[in-house]
Design a protein around this ligand. Structure first.
Ligand SMILES: O=C(O)c1ccccc1NCC(=O)[C@H](O)[C@H](O)COP(=O)(O)O
Length: 270
C-alpha cells in the first residue's frame, strides 16, 4: 500500500484544527464574541476593499503589503522583525492595506503582530491565516482585523459560504483566494465578497508562476476585484499585470527582504 505524503498545505490545515481546539480550551467563543462586539463599537473596521478601490480610482496600484517574518518556502525572511516599524514604513511608501501573518507554527506570526501593526498606522489590515472555523473569524474581529483571508483550497463550498457571510456580518471584508479553475468556480458559486485573490503560488508544491493570474483572470466576473498574490518581485512583473488590467497586488517577500520595505514598495510601484 502506498502512503500519500501530506503536502505543506495539508500539514498546515491539520495543525490548524489542533490549534483551534487548544485555543477554545483557553478562551471560550463567548469571550471572543464580547471582544468582537467591543471592537466593533470602539475600533470599527477601516474599509479594506474600499481602500484598494480608492488607490485604483486614483490611477495607482492597490498594494496589500505583507508583514511576514518567515515562510515555509523561504524560511526566515526578516530578522530583526518589528511589525510596528514595518507598518509605518509601508504607510509612508503608499500601501493601500496591510496583510499580517498570524500563523505561529509555519510563518512565525502572531495575533499581537496584527494588533501592533494596525495600531501604528491608519491602514486596514487583513488577518492572513488558514481560516477553517467560525472561531477564527470571531477571533479576527476581536483583535481588530478589517478583513480575513479564505483559501478555497482548504474549504468546502458550504464552509466558504458560512465563513464569508459571518465575516461580512461582523463588518469585515473577505479576500477569497484561488489557484486554479476548480477553486475559482467554487469561490464564485459560494462567496459574495468582491475581493478575489489569484495566488500564483501552488500551496501544495510551492511552484510559482504569474501565468496563473493571466490564465484565470478572464473567467472572473467584472464586479469582483482581482488581487494578484505572490511572486511579484520586479517592475516588469508589476507592468505585465497592469497592462492586463490587474491593479491590486499582495506582496510579501520582495518587501520583507528589503532594508526599508516601504521604500521598496514605492520603487516597485512608482
Ligand atoms: O509563502 C509561502 O511559502 C507559503 C507556503 C504555504 C502556504 C502559503 C504560503 N504563503 C502565503 C502567501 O500566499 C504569501 O504570503 C503572499 O501571497 C505573498 O507572497 P510573496 O510576495 O511571494 O511573499
Amino acid at each position: 500500500m502506498q502512503v500519500e505524503t501530506p503536502t505543506i498545505l495539508k500539514k498546515i490545515v491539520a495543525r490548524k484544527y489542533e490549534e483551534i481546539a487548544e485555543r477554545q480550551a483557553r478562551t471560550p467563543y463567548a469571550n471572543l464574541e464580547i471582544a468582537a462586539a467591543a471592537a466593533n463599537a470602539h475600533n470599527p473596521t477601516r474599509g479594506f476593499a474600499q481602500a484598494l478601490r480608492r488607490k485604483i480610482g486614483q490611477g495607482k496600484a492597490g498594494v496589500i503589503a505583507e508583514v511576514k517574518k518567515a515562510s515555509p518556502s523561504k524560511g526566515i525572511l526578516r530578522d530583526p522583525f518589528s511589525p510596528k516599524d514595518i507598518a509605518i514604513s509601508y504607510e509612508k511608501g503608499g500601501a493601500a492595506c496591510l496583510s499580517v501573518l498570524t500563523d505561529q507554527d509555519f510563518f512565525q506570526g502572531h495575533e499581537d503582530y496584527l494588533v501592533e501593526a494596525r495600531a501604528a498606522c491608519g491602514l486596514p489590515v487583513i488577518r492572513k491565516d488558514f481560516i477553517v472555523d467560525p472561531y477564527q473569524v470571531m477571533e479576527a474581529r476581536s483583535i481588530g482585523a478589517d478583513c480575513i483571508l479564505l483559501i478555497a483550497a482548504c474549504l468546502t463550498g458550504k464552509e466558504l459560504r458560512e465563513l464569508d457571510q459571518m465575516a461580512r456580518d461582523l463588518s469585515m471584508d473577505v479576500l477569497v483566494e484561488v489557484h486554479n479553475r476548480a477553486e475559482l468556480e467554487l469561490a464564485l458559486e459560494y462567496t459574495e465578497t468582491e475581493l478575489l485573490g489569484i495566488n500564483n503560488r501552488d500551496l501544495h508544491t510551492f511552484e510559482l508562476s504569474l501565468q496563473h493570474t493571466f490564465e484565470l483572470m478572464n473567467d472572473v466576473p467584472k464586479d469582483r476585484l482581482i488581487v494578484t498574490e505572490s511572486g511579484i518581485h520586479t517592475r516588469d512583473d508589476v507592468a505585465a499585470m497592469r497592462e492586463n488590467n490587474i491593479h491590486a497586488f499582495l506582496v510579501g517577500e520582495a518587501f520583507m527582504k528589503a532594508d526599508d520595505p516601504g521604500e521598496k514598495l514605492a520603487e516597485l510601484f512608482k
